[in-house]
Design a protein around this ligand. Sequence first.
Ligand SMILES: [Zn+2]
Length: 218
Amino acid sequence: MNKTKVVAIVSGGLDSTSMVLKLEREGYEVIPLNFNYGSKHNNRERQSAREIFGDRLIEIDIDLSFLQKSSLINKDKEIASGGYTEENAKQTVVPFRNAIMASYTVAIAVEKGAKYVAIGNHAGDHYIYPDCRPEFIDAFRKTIEFGTEGEVSLLAPFVNIFKSDIVKQAEPEDADILAKTYSCYRGGEKHCGVCSTCQERKKAFKEAGIQDKTEYME
Ligand SMILES: [Zn+2]
């Protein structure tokens, strides 16, 4: 029997890579899809996504450089150090980003004959990113189903759990793959170790009790 196909949005980061490993364990055929929307870390993330997924990675470039309020995109705005305070997290918001990427993904899913699109957003994203919240996900699932006459639906397996719980779902043999993932918002070759996403990454490995083989600058 043919496996059910899922087009999964993969950043090259920890959450989306864990999601692909989980979906594959559950028996899905995963088509990984990576976006570069012009943020500072997209190029470095894509490098990780290529290392992890190889030739099967589909790459899409969308130019959101006109959105200059986000510190992820605006080259004159520095990415703050320190933890995920509301203040510095808000500066990173790219408005409607998940919805924009998910829309492209639905179109590709129809083209590839996939039953689902999958996104790896998690509960830690809720308070700052409205298009990561369960209400949005439920409504968007309906939108996708209406918009494809039921051909495609949406999976968001981590919508109600936190980052450390995502890493807890990994198996010991996943440690090497997870080490290839990239989280840093600064986009350098190595993880900076001090920005909000680097701190979250360290914490997630620690809380999950999985060895963190990441090389950090500090
Ligand atoms: Zn960092």
